[in-house]
Design a protein. Structure first.
Length: 534
């Protein structure tokens, strides 16, 4: 089973190749995912390093964990008051510990110091970024956020500072990281907030006093910074990818259009170089381009040049052959004339008569070949004038009725003038060939000559009764040396030059000739269309 053939233009094929560029977004997504993983690992290492630094400052200092009961109670009351106010101010049961971590805290990180009982000894920093930091945005970032940022916001998780902080509300941290630190192991953890609007990354490091764990340092930070950096990298990368795709698509489209135009121009030049009859009427201008299309153009030009030389040789062959044969024909004719004057037996005179008839046929052939060759040469020298085709046809018809008394020739002159620009004698010569062809082909039957016009063209037609044209030959009747007659006088040679001369004269007047079977299938009609004078 043969698959259906899909026809695609060069532009469509190049744009199809452009789909390979769609791998760029996939590579970009893979790059962003890897970048996000690296940023998360870096954030966890940073938090672990901060927790280790704070814990190192608190190692082997047992008096920092000797909290007084009244301080713990004050601490609890302060936490209750802060919870009632909704405040997030740092709470501390150990002023010395608070003094140490205040110098190590960052604006986007929160540091807790607790003892083994879970009592918060100090807290510094906040998980939420200050409002001033949120407003620090450049004009370029604002424009990007207002345009492509809205599109990216539909597919990317956006960082949010409007989240619920459970540890701040409860007043004490807890989780797997705290349990691990109190067990003596540096532990990191990622957990979502209760409202799932943010992710908290934490690292807890044990505080050693001697060989025992007396507390832990917990450093917390949201993943908003990583999320923001990921989104920023995604936006920048995909802005570049979109620009590359846009520029690449535009460049490939323009290149495909330019390439297609060159190929179409080469096709049009090749079609214009050869007319409908297959003759080379203009040489193809070769291209100087060094690519494959330039090579193809030069090949076409070379082929057409060789075809033109060969066609010119064939067109001149008839004239040369006619010229070369005239001398031996003259010798044969004079010999026959001399032989005719001598006394010959009756049986020998029969052969002499046959030789004279053959010589007459050969002379007719040479005459018609010479006529066609001379017509091709004289067309370029013919003068053009405005004239009424109806007058020319009417004058010719009167002569045809005398020349062909056995034929019934009908012609109805149009009521209006049919003015064309050309040579009246050539129109008469063309009509002579058409009528002679109709008489011979139609066996002296009825011949109808028609002349009509419309707004742009005049149409001259000659219709005769007789056998129809073979379908496969109708398109070549007007070529040189083509004849498909099966009727007419067998003694008259048919070289196929009559309709060829008709075509030459029609083309000289800017028209065309065509032949077709009559609608009633009783004969053939040959018509010539010529543009009217403007």
């Amino acid at each position: 089973m043969r698959l259906p053939r899909i026809a695609l233009s060069i532009r469509a094929q190049l744009l199809l190749v452009l789909t390979v560029f769609l791998a760029l977004p996939w590579l970009g997504v893979s790059y962003i995912r890897e970048l996000e993983r690296l940023l998360r690992d870096a954030q966890e290492r940073t938090l672990a390093g901060t927790a280790q630094a704070v814990a190192t400052a608190l190692h082997d200092r047992p008096r920092l964990f000797a909290t007084r009961p009244d301080a713990i109670a004050a601490f609890a009351q302060e936490r209750t008051d802060d919870a009632a106010r909704g405040a997030g101010a740092p709470l501390s049961a150990s002023p010395e510990v608070a003094q140490i971590i205040d110098g190590l805290s960052r604006t986007t990180a929160r540091i807790w110091v607790i003892d083994r009982d879970g009592t918060v000894l100090a807290r510094a920093g906040s998980l939420k970024a200050p409002p001033t930091q949120l407003q620090a945005e450049s004009w370029g970032a604002r424009i990007s956020r207002a345009t492509t940022g809205r599109l990216y916001a539909l597919v990317l998780d956006q960082p949010s500072e409007d989240f619920t902080d459970d540890a701040a509300d409860n007043g004490t941290p807890g989780g797997r990281d705290v349990e691990g630190a109190l067990a003596g192991i540096l532990t990191t953890e990622r957990r979502p907030t209760s409202d799932a609007k943010a992710v908290v990354v934490s690292a807890a490091h044990p505080i050693w006093v001697g060989d025992s764990v007396r507390g832990a340092v917990i450093v917390e930070e949201t993943g908003n910074a990583v999320l923001a950096q990921r989104n920023l990298a995604f936006e920048r990368l995909f802005n570049i990818v979109l620009a590359v795709l846009l520029v690449g698509s535009l460049a490939l489209t323009l290149y495909a259009t330019w390439l297609s135009s060159r190929i179409r121009r080469l096709r049009d030049d090749a079609e214009l170089a050869i007319d409908e009859q297959g003759r080379v009427r203009a040489l193809l201008a070769s291209s100087n381009a060094g690519d494959e299309i330039g090579d193809l153009s030069r090949s076409f030009a070379s082929v057409l040049a060789r075809l033109s030389d060969y066609a010119s040789y064939q067109e001149k062959m008839a004239g040369r052959l006619s010229h070369e044969l005239r001398t031996p024909i003259a010798v044969v004719r004079s010999s026959l004339d001399n032989l005719k004057q001598t006394a010959l037996p009756e049986d020998a005179r029969v052969y002499m008569v046959r030789a004279q008839e053959g010589l007459a046929r050969l002379t007719t052939i040479l005459t018609r070949m010479t006529e066609a060759a001379r017509l091709e040469q004289s067309l370029s020298e013919s003068e053009r004038e405005r004239f009424d085709v109806a007058n020319v046809v009417a004058g010719c018809v009167d002569g045809y009725r005398v020349a062909y008394p056995a034929a019934s020739i009908a012609f109805v002159r149009p009521s209006t003038e049919v003015i064309v620009v050309g040579a009246p004698d050539l129109i008469a010569q063309m009509l002579d060939k058409l009528v002679a062809n109709a008489v011979e082909f139609g066996k002296d039957g009825a011949i109808d000559i028609g002349l009509t016009r419309d707004d742009a063209d005049a149409m001259l037609s000659v219709s005769n009764e007789g056998p129809p044209l073979p379908e496969m030959e109708s398109g070549h009747l007007f070529d040189s040396m083509v004849s498909v007659r099966c009727g007419g006088d067998a003694a008259e040679p048919h070289l196929g030059l009559g309709l060829y001369i008709v075509r030459l004269i029609a083309e000289f007047h800017g028209g065309r000739a065509q032949a077709a079977n009559r609608p009633d299938a009783a004969g053939v009609v040959v018509s010539v269309t010529i543009p009217l004078a403007r």
